[in-house]
Design a binder for this molecule. Structure first.
Ligand code: HAX
Length: 424
């Protein structure tokens, strides 16, 4: 039985050699051209990044190390992190070893609680969460080892050590933010016998086994989404400066806090509740169509629909929808999500702007959290963050394993681009 670190140690020399040979043998091969539209359009479609942990297929959605997400709906988040890092799922006792490893690292130092309590109650939960992660940076093994003169060959191990500590503590940090911000009473200590999702639910203060399972699913589904999305790209760039994983994850999650990215889950539930309020319960299909057009005609986006890469229903939405159908199909908020799923894609097609008229991960997740009593919408992106940090960390470990250099693309002024195309 091998630990995650031992499995990676066996793989890293092969990864380094593979990349060395690829660059040595094919270094001058052109993989992408860049148009002016892409330069001014968020670099959409420009191939210029490496991400070995996962890829997003426009139709099939997230594929983790060759395994479509649809085949991983029953797995634990700890197993997913192992898969992201190593390309294989842990087997037999490796799973228990991994869960125990996370469990032993799960508690948070007292000073972090003090930091959180010192913040104004009006702070956004994401700002509190990111502050807590930055406060934990004091414990960085990567930074300590760098200061001692660690070689680049040792960096992936230091990144792994920081990642395991940070990921293990994130549910406790998130629960601390929740209980402090919303006056839920004393913090609840981690239970090292529970898996990560259950432990998170437990520390939030809800020991319903169905909620345990929802958080297991939630942490599994949001784990990673290849390398070019705002949070992954940001963490990647910051990590390339050899800032340690605490800094890189705090930076990446600051991007996740944007309404066009992770914060969309908060916006989605606001949208759904706006409909329920307006019609005094779950709307009819006609009412839903009317409401969606009102939003579009006022120049706003329909939250939870569309995606920069996906061109079909997000499998993560499908998993959440199946969970709701199995547990509370008649809940008015969940029913509203279901009705939206039926009619909004056609509205968006008729509207004609969105390249992808189908629901993304954020369209339904909030309705499920709300059902289990998490009624503080602003907190939803923190759930997303606890999970997404697994992708950010595994990508950082991979980058340090193959000695990726500092990221530094070239920028030009608008005058330069105008000259380049011959524009007056
Ligand atoms: N409602 C209305 N209009 C939409 C739309 C939606 N849901 N999705 C896209 N459009 C519009 C865009 O605003 C854009 O309009 P303009 O040309 O006037 O600027 C046009 O359609 C083309 O956009 P696109 O190419 O389809 O989409 P982008 O790659 O530019 O953006 C977004 C992708 C996810 C940001 C976009 O679809 C959106 O704003 N959706 C709603 C917010 C949302 O659900 N975000 C969460 C995404 C998932 C995620 O990252 N979670 O973390």
């Amino acid at each position: 039985m091998a630990s995650l670190k031992e499995v990676l140690a066996a793989q890293v020399p092969g990864i380094q050699e593979e990349i060395r040979n690829l660059v040595k043998g094919h270094g001058d091969k052109v993989v992408s051209e860049v148009t002016i539209k892409q330069v001014y359009g968020g670099m959409r479609g420009v191939k210029g990044l490496v991400c070995d942990t996962s890829m997003v297929d426009p139709i099939d959605g997230l594929i983790i190390r060759g395994i479509p997400l649809g085949e991983l709906f029953d797995n634990y988040p700890e197993e997913i992190f192992y898969l992201l890092c190593t390309g294989k799922l842990p087997e037999g006792e490796e799973v228990d070893l991994l869960k125990a490893n996370f469990g032993q690292r799960a508690s948070i130092p007292g000073y972090v609680e003090d930091v959180l309590r010192a913040l104004p109650k009006t702070s956004h939960p994401m700002a509190m969460f990111i502050t807590a992660i930055t406060a934990l940076e004091e414990q960085s093994y990567f930074r300590k080892r760098y200061d001692e003169g660690m070689t680049r060959g040792e960096m992936w191990e230091a990144a792994l050590e920081d990642s395991l500590n940070l990921l293990a503590k994130l549910p406790a940090l998130a629960a601390a933010v929740y209980r402090i911000k919303y006056d839920k009473g004393d913090l609840i200590p981690a239970d090292p016998n529970l898996h990560m999702g259950a432990n998170f639910a437990h520390m939030l203060g809800n020991d319903d086994p169905d909620f345990y399972d929802l958080l297991r699913l939630y942490l599994t589904l949001h784990c990673d989404h290849e390398g070019g999305n705002v949070s992954a790209f940001t963490a990647h760039v910051v990590g390339s400066a050899l800032s340690d994983p605490y800094y890189a994850v705090a930076a990446g999650l600051s991007g996740l806090a944007g309404p066009l990215h992770g914060l969309a889950n908060q916006e989605c539930l606001k949208f759904i509740m706006g409909i329920v309020d307006k019609y005094g319960g779950a709307p009819t299909e006609e009412q839903m169509v009317e409401y969606a057009w009102e939003v579009l005609n006022s120049g706003r986006v329909v939250p939870g629909y569309g995606h920069a890469v996906l061109r079909a229903t997000d499998p993560r939405f499908t998993a959440f929808h199946q969970f709701g159908e199995a547990h509370f199909p008649d809940d008015p908020i969940f029913k509203t999500v279901s009705t939206g799923f039926k009619v909004i894609p056609d509205v968006l097609k008729e509207h004609g702007k969105a390249a992808n008229p189908y629901p993304n991960v954020d369209a339904g997740s909030g309705a499920l959290l709300y059902y289990y009593g998490i009624t503080e919408l602003e907190f939803y992106t923190v759930f997303f963050s606890v999970s997404r940090a697994m992708g950010l960390c595994s990508q950082l470990i991979m980058s340090r394993a193959w000695w990726e250099p500092i990221t530094r693309p070239k920028s030009h002024t608008t005058d330069w681009y105008k000259d380049f195309v011959g524009m007056e």
